[in-house]
Design a protein around this ligand. Structure first.
Ligand SMILES: *Cc1c(COP(=O)(O)O)cnc(C)c1O
Length: 434
């Protein structure tokens, strides 16, 4: 096998999707192929095409597709007739996960959190976090941020910035104030100070919040990375004004920004953390809401859900924790790969006068408009690279390569991106060189 992707040439027959699947489908529109197999950093379509996956299920597949260790753990578990679904009954698979999470993730980081198994999607973890914050504080208002993305169910959607997404609700989405994220007004303006001032002023019109909900790097909203200083200020503001700090680590967590949590080493501890996406490590649906034990004021069954016992996801999540998070080696690897990514993107940005955004293995290029970004991602796809966009106008090319990618393959995917950016932004140069 060569390391160069090999895109398909045959026209795919996708009539069944046009005929049967709802118009609501989205990613499949920009990648009109049918995929049959995936392994590691590669996806294969049914016409012989091979693609490097720089989308990773939106950071759901941080350890790559079908990682052999995770896959074997699941195969063994299924072969042994391990329990698949169990509501929230005690199971061996759940006990092993709780122990691994306590010993490999929480203890080494000096964190003390209760683990709440919510319904299996990220938005459900956010709903649980919001409910709990409102219950604990007796307040209704939540502070979220410009360009924040937190999910599609009504409570989480109310906290999402994007008007198009919120518009889908069909009812008013209330009790959330969207405050400016770090850097929203440019470098000289400290938006944390603005928020503090407004919360301290009884006549500002901003009610005392139950929670401040924040992503450390905005995954869907354009890869804006908050500075540690700004996040520490926000944590202090939450404390000062009696609000709980919720870090939505659904996309930035599980190693994407280096550590298991995206806020590690920043000098503050969230009251509540939401996790999903790469938590199961294999693309199995699984979400968690973590919170300080004192906040655990839930009545039994008060926030419920049928699928809180996805034991297959527990098994692969435990295998992922044991395989990747027993030592620091993985985080160091991700840091190195993140530096490589930053270097390559900076070169592209300098060539075309663009901005590089993000942190760790969650970085991208702001190419100015959604049209240009789409042109670039489409060109990249034709060359065998799966890559998507982010941002208020989809103007940010977002690199979410699997964290397990080798230096060589990361480079070869970035070569494709570099060429695609050049074709879109300096077509005459490209033509002259040919
Ligand atoms: C994806 C995402 C969600 C929602 O997760 P779903 O599984 O799609 O419901 C929430 N918050 C962030 C930061 C996300 O990236």
């Amino acid at each position: 096998m060569t390391s160069q992707p090999r895109p398909t040439r045959n026209a795919p027959n996708l009539a069944i999707y046009e005929r049967m699947e709802s118009e609501v489908r989205s990613y499949s529109r920009s990648m009109p192929r049918q995929f049959g197999r995936a392994e590691g950093v590669w996806m294969y379509d049914d016409a012989g095409g091979r693609y490097l996956d720089f989308l990773s299920g939106c950071s759901t597949l941080n350890y790559g597709h079908n990682h052999p260790v995770l896959k074997q753990a699941l195969i063994d578990y299924i072969s042994g007739d391990g329990i698949t679904h169990s509501l929230d009954l005690h199971t061996e698979a759940k006990a092993e996960l709780l122990e691994a999470f306590e010993n490999l993730i929480l203890k080494p980081r000096g964190l003390d959190y209760r683990m709440m198994f919510t319904g299996p999607t990220g938005t459900n973890a956010v709903e649980a976090a919001l409910k709990l914050a409102r219950k604990v504080t007796g307040r209704q208002q939540v502070i979220a941020f410009t360009n924040g993305f937190h999910g599609m169910t009504l409570g989480a959607l109310a906290c999402t910035g994007n008007a198009g997404k919120r518009g889908g609700a069909g009812v008013p989405l209330t009790h959330v104030s969207h405050e400016p994220f770090d850097g929203y007004f440019g470098d000289g303006i400290d938006t944390a100070k603005m928020l503090d001032r407004r919360l301290a002023d009884p006549s500002s019109g901003l009610d005392a919040p139950a929670a401040i909900l924040v992503e450390t790097v905005q995954g869907e909203g354009g890869l804006n990375a908050a500075s540690p200083e700004w996040l520490r200020s926000i944590a202090a503001i939450a404390k000062r004004h009696g609000a709980l700090l919720i870090v939505d680590d659904i996309q930035a967590g599980c190693g994407r920004t280096g550590g298991f949590f995206s806020f590690e080493g920043m000098g503050f501890t969230p009251d509540i953390v939401t996790m999903a996406k790469s938590l199961s490590g294999m693309g199995l649906p699984f979400a968690l809401t973590l919170f300080r034990p004192e906040l655990d004021l839930w009545m039994p069954g008060e926030h419920n859900g049928t699928f809180r016992g996805n034991n297959h996801a527990f098994v692969t999540a435990t295998a992922a924790l044991r395989h990747f998070w027993t030592e620091d080696l993985f985080a160091l690897d991700v840091a190195r790969r993140g530096e490589q990514l930053a270097r390559r993107l900076t070169t592209m940005a300098e060539e075309h006068n663009l901005a590089v955004l993000g942190r760790g293995m969650m970085r991208g290029l702001d190419v100015g408009s959604g049209e240009v970004a789409a042109q670039i991602t489409q060109a990249a796809f034709k060359k065998g690279l799966i890559i998507e966009t982010s941002g208020p106008n989809d103007e940010v090319i977002k690199v979410l390569a699997p964290l397990v990618i080798t230096e060589e393959l990361l480079d070869s995917g970035l070569d494709i991106l570099e060429t695609s950016v050049r074709e879109a932004l300096s077509p005459t140069l490209v033509a002259a060189a040919q």
